[in-house]
Each structure stands twice: as C-alpha cells, then as structure tokens.
Design a binder for this molecule. Structure first.
Ligand code: 13P
Ligand code: SF4
Length: 304
C-alpha cells in the first residue's frame, strides 16, 4: 500500500474509533504524519492523562503504553508491536528492587519511568528525564534511591547540592555505549558544533555537554538557538526530527549505533493493523496498577 493511502486509512479509523496516537521522539519519523502528539516521555504521559479519546495507540515502547494505561485505566491502550520493549526497563524486577531497598532501608525510592508497572508500584515517586532533578528536589531528603538508571541518577546528584543519590546499576545500552572519544572525534570535524546530550549517557559524556536534557528539551533548545551546528548525543530519531524541522541547521548524530531498535519496530503498517484489529491491548493487574498510579501521579503533578 502507498504511504498516502496508509495515512488516509489510519486517519479515518482514528476518527471512527475516537483514537489518538502518541509518538515518542525516537519513533520512526514517518509515524509523526499520523501522530496527534509527538514528544518525550513526560509530555506523552501528560497527554495520556488528560485525553478524552476512547483509544490510545502508543507508538513507543512497552513501559510507555503501560504508563498510559495506568493513567487512563478505563481507556483502551494499544501498543502496535509487542516486541517493542525497553532494555533499561528490563534491568530491574520487583525482587531486585526489594533487595536494593533492603540494603538501604528507610530511603525513598525514585523510579525512572523507564521501568515496569510492578517496579513503579514498589516506588515512592516516578520521574522522567525531563523532571528527574525537580522530582528528587521535591522530596527534600538528604538521600534517595534511584532505579534503574545509574547515569540519570548520578546526573541528578550532580545538579543538587547536599543530596546523595544512591543508584541502581541499570543503564540504557544505546546511551551507555557512547564514549567521550565519540564526542572528541565529532568535535574535531565540527569544532563550532554545540554538544546536546541526553542524561542517560555516562557522566564523562554528560560533562562534555553544552546542554543536557530530555529529547524534547534538546529539540526545543536547538530550535531556540542561534547556533547552526549541533552534535546530537542521543537516539537517531531526534536527528531525523530536527533535520525535518530545521533545514537551515546542521545535525551530526554521535554515532550510527545510537538507534533504539525496539522503537523502530513500529511502522505505519503496524499502526493500521493496530486500529483495524484492536491489537495489542495493554492490561495491568489491578493491584499493581492501583499502587503504581500513586508514584506516577505524584510525578505528573510536578512541573518539569
Ligand atoms: P525522554 O525522557 O527524553 O523521552 O527519553 C526517554 C528514553 O527512553 C530515552 O532513552
Ligand atoms: Fe529504553 Fe534505551 Fe530505547 Fe530509551 S533508548 S526506550 S532507554 S532501550
């Protein structure tokens, strides 16, 4: 089927089913042509919480659709491909979290939204990369536990005076593999370029950044900047959107391996299949969902 025809069919079904499509910034860029909202995890979870739609199609990874379901339990939430998981979310399960808590008793747990519903249910508050610093600050504690991302946790600690962030050992393989030498190499080729880094990268990489923030934060900062060249130190989808939106600026992806393969499992054909066949519906155990919503709601109420 031609792309135009696919898009028309998707848009028609969206209307018939009163559905919205949420697309993460790492998604294949073609998905933006049918998406109602495109952005970072925080923005998309805010949209999922306030939509009037009956059906939410989440063009993202599993934990994102799960979060949308927790926020809107009465709505149908569909993930176009069940293999679209997140390697970071898989780094900690409930048992591992309980052990981590037992090693550090009586310290609140901040859980990055890139985690399973069951892990959220055992945490005090959630955060995304956009609001992690404000979330930890809001707790007003000297010590917090941070799961699963060691790098985002240590970035948060670096931004706050007098707060010890005890991190779990998880990471995102896409960002963890990025090295300072990658930046040095790109800086040699583009010495004027500003370095835009996602806080899931290791500390040594974050230290070399001109700007550190979520995917939406990076896109917004680039758009508002008078600079013309940028080294994008996160996933490829951010570069594709910036090239589309800012044709007068030059974007250099940190390296060709910076691709979240599971995000890229979703294509327009999958979105059409989702809407035609109501697949794949996300359902969450009620007890877990009821516990997890506290941690997510506390986060949604805190401004980025
Ligand atoms: P954002 O918080 O910028 O949406 O990033 C989510 C993510 O999965 C990064 O790897
Ligand atoms: Fe998960 Fe990493 Fe993909 Fe983000 S880029 S969704 S953290 S695997």
């Amino acid at each position: 089927m031609q792309r135009r025809e696919l898009i028309e069919k998707i848009n028609k079904l969206k209307k018939e089913k009163n559905a919205i499509i949420l697309a993460h910034t790492y998604q294949n860029v073609e998905i933006d042509e049918v998406a109602d909202f495109s952005g970072d995890s925080l923005y998309l979870s805010q949209q999922a919480a306030k939509t009037d739609a009956d059906v939410i199609v989440f063009a993202g990874v599993y934990f994102m659709a799960e979060t949308a379901k927790i926020l809107s339990p009465k709505k149908t939430v569909l993930l176009p491909n069940l293999n679209a998981g997140c390697a970071m979310a898989d780094k900690i399960n409930v048992e591992q979290l309980r052990n981590f808590k037992a090693q550090h008793p009586d310290i609140p747990v901040v859980c990055y939204v890139n985690s399973t519903a069951a892990v959220k249910a055992e945490s005090d508050i959630c955060c995304t990369s956009a609001n992690a610093v404000n979330v930890v600050k809001s707790l007003n504690k000297k010590e917090v536990l941070f799961v699963p991302d060691q790098h985002l946790g240590s970035y948060v600690e670096s931004q706050l005076d007098g707060v010890k962030v005890i991190t779990y050992s998880g990471f995102c393989p896409v960002h963890h593999e990025i090295n300072p030498s990658d930046i040095v190499e790109k800086k040699t080729l583009y010495p004027e370029a500003k370095v835009m880094v996602h806080p899931e990268c290791p500390d040594e990489v974050v230290k070399m950044a001109d700007y550190t923030g979520s995917t939406t934060g990076i896109i917004k900062t680039v758009k508002e900047s008078s600079d013309k060249e940028f080294i994008i130190v996160t996933e490829k989808g951010v570069v594709e959107r910036l090239e589309r939106d800012c044709p007068d600026k030059k974007f250099v992806l940190i390296n060709e391996k910076a691709v979240c393969e599971t995000m890229k499992l979703i294509h327009l054909e999958d979105i059409l299949n989702t809407l035609e066949n109501n697949v794949y519906e996300i359902n969450i155990d009620e007890e877990i969902s009821n516990k997890a919503i506290n941690a997510i709601n506390k986060m949604v109420m805190i401004n980025a």
